[in-house]
Ligand binder design. Structure first.
Ligand SMILES: *Cc1c(COP(=O)(O)O)cnc(C)c1O
Length: 474
């Protein structure tokens, strides 16, 4: 492809992208393909000779979109949404065209300086105090891994990277049972081990019990273990369980633990001051992650990782081989020293476009709408005699269960059947979770272009399909 072809095909891609967005609502939300359907359409080996772009693009249109679940669909109510706001998509095209590699200030001065600014814009936007620095990691999983590694190094007086963990007392990390699996994975990868992640029991709302945290730390000390850190959850993935940040931070400080807050989903909502009570006390945290690539509108991958003392993160992750030295530029920010990966994308550009193209107020009003529409839907479903709201809305997330009177079969199986029937129907997309050992269905609104009528359709689809269950021949 030469430069004039590039112009032509970039335009084609832009046109396709705009058409895609315009026709999204007509597509089934969840991919309606079976495993292997797509693989069968792809050649077994790479071509020896160049193919023309017409063919390549035609194959893209024929094979790929129909095999995708449409996360930008206005009726995507599953998992947590992952938005790609158009203005941020444009920024991604530009960053990709530049082919930026943002490991050092020298390799990308504008990207580095913009990243410092955008982290600070977001810091202010979510109401964090002055003094927190940060960086954009690819995902919350990576930010959490960085935080667990920092806990490890801090507890080992910065010797772990050199000497490893052999012969050390077990380093203990505390979290509630509702925390995300990325914390378990960080324990595996960091070498601390799954068994040293201590799951503190939760109260009836799913929040970690503060007194039990204190007891667990003291008991571990008695056994000769070394308490290293605490992971606090704000807006848990399953049903939105939220820990008491202020109370837990107080205990953690008393015992000199490093505190990481996982607000991967809920953090975006903190641009609205009225929701900040959910993480009251956040200014005491050492490390905080939230994902602009979830609710805020930035395309994958973009996790804002704030740290109170960047020097601790850098001390954990910075390496200085000769080929990465930039003489005469000491004291500059080199973001590869803040992350696990060396080469890094230019993530700040999409945040810059996003925050300017919609304004904080535009983003706030979307989030407020999503919260209001979810709460309204929960109310309507709760008023239906055969539905039960199993966890009340936390922001825009609630869970429910279909429990028709007089049904004496297996309710878990009935709810699994319901979710499959809803997702096969394709008009909306929902996922399930376990709550108190029971199968429940999650609903969460967060699609950038969702309208109130989409929540209305969810209500209609859920009620109609539930009541048709068992009425057709199996
Ligand atoms: C989504 C989510 C994660 C994982 O986020 P990734 O960016 O996909 O790694 C972690 N914690 C919570 C609470 C989440 O909602």
């Amino acid at each position: 492809m030469d430069d004039s072809d590039f112009r032509k095909w970039s335009h084609r891609a832009s046109d396709w992208s705009a058409d895609y967005r315009e026709t999204l609502a007509e597509r089934p939300v969840r991919a309606q393909v079976r495993p292997g359907d797509i693989a069968r359409m792809i050649d077994q080996t790479a071509p020896e000779n160049a193919q023309d772009m017409e063919t390549i693009f035609a194959d893209f249109e024929r094979i790929i979109p129909g095999g995708m679940t449409h996360w930008q669909h206005p009726r995507f109510f599953a998992y947590f949404s992952s938005n790609a706001a158009p203005a941020a998509v444009v920024a991604e095209q530009l960053a990709t065209a530049i082919g930026a590699q943002c490991m050092l200030w020298q390799t990308s001065p504008a990207a580095t300086e913009l990243e410092v600014k955008m982290i600070d814009w977001l810091r202010q936007a979510v109401g964090l105090p002055d003094g927190f620095g940060g960086t954009f990691q690819d995902t919350a999983s990576t930010a959490t891994l960085c935080a667990i590694l920092t806990m490890r190094e801090r507890a080992l007086r910065w010797t772990g990277n050199k000497t490893g963990l052999f012969g050390q007392a077990p380093l203990r990390v505390y979290a509630s049972k509702g925390t995300h699996s990325s914390i378990d994975k960080a324990m595996w990868i960091s070498g601390l081990g799954q068994d040293n992640l201590v799951h503190i029991p939760v109260d009836e709302h799913g929040a970690m019990q503060t007194d039990l945290l204190a007891e667990a730390i003291i008991a571990d000390r008695k056994k000769g273990h070394r308490p290293a850190g605490l992971v606090v959850c704000v807006g848990g993935t399953s049903t939105g369980a939220t820990d008491d940040v202020a109370a837990l931070c107080a205990v953690a400080k008393e015992h000199d633990l490093y505190i990481h807050v996982d607000a991967a989903w809920a953090g975006s909502a903190m641009i609205c001051p009225e929701f900040r009570h959910l993480w009251q006390g956040i200014e005491e945290a050492d490390s905080i992650v939230f994902n602009p690539h979830k609710w805020l509108g930035a395309p994958m991958e973009c996790s804002a990782h704030f740290v109170r003392r960047p020097e601790e993160l850098i001390r954990t992750l910075a390496m200085h081989p000769e080929y990465l030295k930039t003489y005469g530029e000491e004291g500059l920010v080199n973001f590869s020293e803040w992350s696990i990966q060396l080469g890094r994308r230019f993530r700040a550009l999409k945040i810059w476009f996003l925050l300017r193209a919609y304004g904080l107020d535009g983003l706030r009003s979307r989030i407020r709408d999503h919260v209001a529409w979810s709460q309204n839907l929960a109310e309507r479903l709760g008023n239906e005699p055969d539905f039960e709201i199993t966890t009340p809305p936390l922001l825009s997330l609630f869970s429910f269960r279909y429990a028709p009177a007089g049904f004496d079969g297996d309710l878990d199986a009935l709810n699994r059947d319901l979710i499959n029937a809803i997702n096969d129907d394709g008009r909306i997309y929902l996922t399930q979770t376990l709550h108190d050992g029971r199968q429940v269905i999650r609903f969460t609104a967060g699609s950038f272009d969702m309208q109130e009528r989409d929540a209305d359709m969810a209500y209609e689809v859920i009620c109609t399909i539930a009541r048709s269950l068992g009425q057709e021949p199996a």
